[in-house]
Write a protein that binds this ligand. Structure first.
Ligand SMILES: [Cu+2]
Length: 361
């Protein structure tokens, strides 16, 4: 009995020490993580001054303007400024989708998808947009438009209000969270404005930068077209096809199979960072690169949302991600939306990796 009591006493002492150690770990380790996380997201700016709306014409001869803007896939590096003057005007433009298939699109900045905006967490965006659809009557009748930045935390009734043809809206917002976010026109019917082409991507880098170093970066925006051919041989959008989610084309950066015809060139072994956004408007994307695995996936483009060694990243409509990977040796590596009906509709491209594999990273 004495021996048994002694064992119990040792057991209780051991449990006590373990409990104390666990408590200390919770108080120190967990709190350290909590502090780190809090520091990443502190000093957020919620809201901004009321938007201003006027009939002032665009002050730019360019359809979009600002050092933080560039066109996919070759997205420009982050600019040094922490205050960004950004103009993206609404334009009605003829857009060629495929051989013999052009339509009168509604665009941000005259391109489809619109220009990529790249800023850093904590940066302030001073945004201006003129609805220039009144200047392009020959393309299609003018229409009200608006813009909805998923990267912003502001009152949508104020900042995302409709801008009539010829009018200009200005508002500010702060990039509180790092990520890859879409922007789109939010005027009714939103589906109609999106299938007409009013979609784009914002990249917000973490305030301390990415935890890895990439050798090459590309932006890839996946979108669907819903089109129908008219009796006179021209093409236009097909709202019923969009309601039925029956896309005519599914594309990377606005054109079906464009990177099959003009592959993206990289070097074997270098670290590739893709900024991905599925702007939809209706379908999902199962993004996959044949012949490799994604070393890192940062869901919605935020390194706090990290997954490793993934074969495919599933993006719902409006979701984004950053994927990083290497192509291990010289060769041609297809990238696809692994929902293979979408490949048949154009969501396929190629990386061509040249040279010898570098040291592993
Ligand atoms: Cu619109």
């Amino acid at each position: 009995m004495t021996r048994c009591n002694c064992t119990n006493r040792h057991l209780w002492v051991l449990l006590g020490i373990t409990g104390l150690a666990l408590s200390l770990w919770v108080l120190t380790g967990c709190n350290r993580d909590a502090h780190a996380s809090k520091a990443t997201y502190e000093n957020q700016i919620l809201g901004s001054p009321k938007a201003t709306l006027s009939m002032a014409p665009s002050t730019s001869r360019l359809p979009f303007d600002g050092p933080a803007l560039s066109l996919a896939p070759d997205v420009k590096p982050l600019v040094k400024a922490r205050e960004h003057q950004v103009r993206i005007d609404c334009m009605h433009s003829m857009i060629q989708v495929d051989d013999g298939v052009s339509f009168a699109a509604w665009t941000f900045g005259g391109t489809l998808p619109g220009p990529v905006l790249r800023v850093k967490q904590g940066d302030n965006v001073h945004f201006t947009m003129t609805n220039r659809s009144d200047k392009t009557m020959a393309v299609s009748p003018p229409s009200p438009h608006s813009i909805d930045f998923h990267a912003a935390m502001i009152n949508p009734h104020d900042k995302y209000q409709e801008v009539v043809p010829g009018a200009t809206i200005q508002f500010d917002w702060t990039a509180n969270y790092p990520g890859v976010f879409m922007y789109h026109c939010g005027s009714p019917a939103i589906l109609q404005h999106m299938i007409y082409g009013m979609v784009g991507m914002t990249i917000v880098e973490p305030k301390d930068g990415y935890p890895t170093e990439a050798d090459k970066e590309f932006a890839i925006i996946q979108n669907e077209y819903y089109l129908t051919k008219l009796d006179d041989g021209t093409w236009t959008t097909d709202m019923q096809a969009a309601l039925d989610k029956n896309a005519t084309y599914v594309c990377f950066n606005g054109k079906p199979r464009q990177y099959v015809n003009n592959p993206l060139k990289v070097k074997a072994g270098e670290r590739i960072r893709l900024f991905l956004s599925n702007v939809g408007p209706c379908g999902t994307s199962s993004f996959h690169v044949v012949g490799t695995l994604f070393d890192r996936v940062w869901f919605d483009g935020n390194p706090d949302n990290e997954m490793r060694g993934m074969q495919t990243v599933l993006l719902g409509a409006s979701s984004g991600a950053i994927v990083e990977f290497v192509l291990p040796e010289e060769g041609t590596y297809p990238f696809v939306d692994h929902e293979f009906a979408d490949v048949e509709k154009g969501a396929v491209g190629l990386f061509v990796a040249e040279g010898q594999a570098l040291a592993s990273k």
